[in-house]
Write a protein that binds this ligand. Structure first.
Ligand SMILES: [Mg+2]
Length: 257
């Protein structure tokens, strides 16, 4: 079924379900920028998150490294999850998915190898302890197929040996251990930890967020895709952009009083 356009009215109705609010970061709370290191959380977005945090448990679930996303958001007392759910920290919770932890040395050394071998293309290779991301938004489009071919050649060995998994996002390739653990698991864990009978509301924009939507739907929560309605999503709602999302959240908070 096609998702419904989200407004603050839907959020007001959902408030009765004792929500836990979960947000992806890049592309959800902030627009995607050419190099992820340049991103900033706008003043109003931060105020809205602070406002939510005053009333509900709040969690940020990102593909970035946990430390990185915590610094970017900077709200105390929130839950943070990095590496697509692998790392989680927050009130009475500190967790690293154990199989991912075991792979961290291998992932880190593979990251070093990729930085060296892909240098001619100068992509942003971000080594995140438990996973790697290779950003190619700033690369001349005609060079991207060549970069991806070279990348595929470099990871073929570990991929065939079942030591890694590769997945593609928005102008980014992610490398992670082949562990069946994703944002949905982190959402389940945090929801359970945040208190009895709470329901998750999750906002996300990219392929890895679909795991979150699936879990949230199974838990009877609210799933919201952020972006133009042009691709298949499991989310039940959609909203066009981070700016529009922040606007509806602000109205929601205002009406809650
Ligand atoms: Mg995103």
């Amino acid at each position: 079924m096609a998702p419904t356009k989200l407004t603050h009215r839907h959020l007001l109705n959902f408030a009765a379900q004792k929500p836990v609010f979960f947000f992806d970061f890049d592309g959800t709370l902030v627009n995607i920028v050419p190099t992820p290191a340049e991103v900033r959380l706008r003043g109003i977005a931060k105020q809205v998150l602070e406002g939510l945090k005053g009333r509900f448990p709040l969690a940020i679930v990102s593909g970035r490294k946990l430390d990185d996303v915590r610094k970017l958001v900077g709200i105390k007392g929130a839950y943070y999850s990095g590496n697509h759910g692998v790392e989680i920290e927050g009130p009475r919770l500190s967790f690293v998915e154990p199989r991912s932890a075991k792979s961290s040395a291998f992932i880190t050394s593979l990251g070093k190898e990729l930085v060296g071998a892909l240098r001619p293309f100068s992509p942003g290779v971000n080594s995140k302890i438990y996973s790697l991301s290779i950003h190619y938004r700033t690369i001349e489009p005609s060079l991207v197929p060549k970069l991806l071919r070279e990348f595929n050649r470099l990871v073929k060995g570990p991929l065939d040996a079942g030591k890694i998994e590769v997945f593609h996002g928005k102008k980014v390739v992610e490398v992670k251990p082949p562990v069946d653990w994703n944002k949905g698991n982190a959402i389940g864990m945090i929801t359970a930890r945040a208190g009895k009978n709470r329901k998750p509301a999750f906002f996300g924009d990219d392929t890895t967020d679909e795991f979150g939507f699936r879990r949230v739907n199974a838990l009877g929560g609210m799933s919201v895709f952020v972006g133009r309605r042009h691709r298949k999503t499991l989310a039940k709602y959609w909203i066009e952009s981070p700016a529009e999302l922040v606007g509806e959240l602000a109205k929601f908070l205002f009406e809650l009083g």
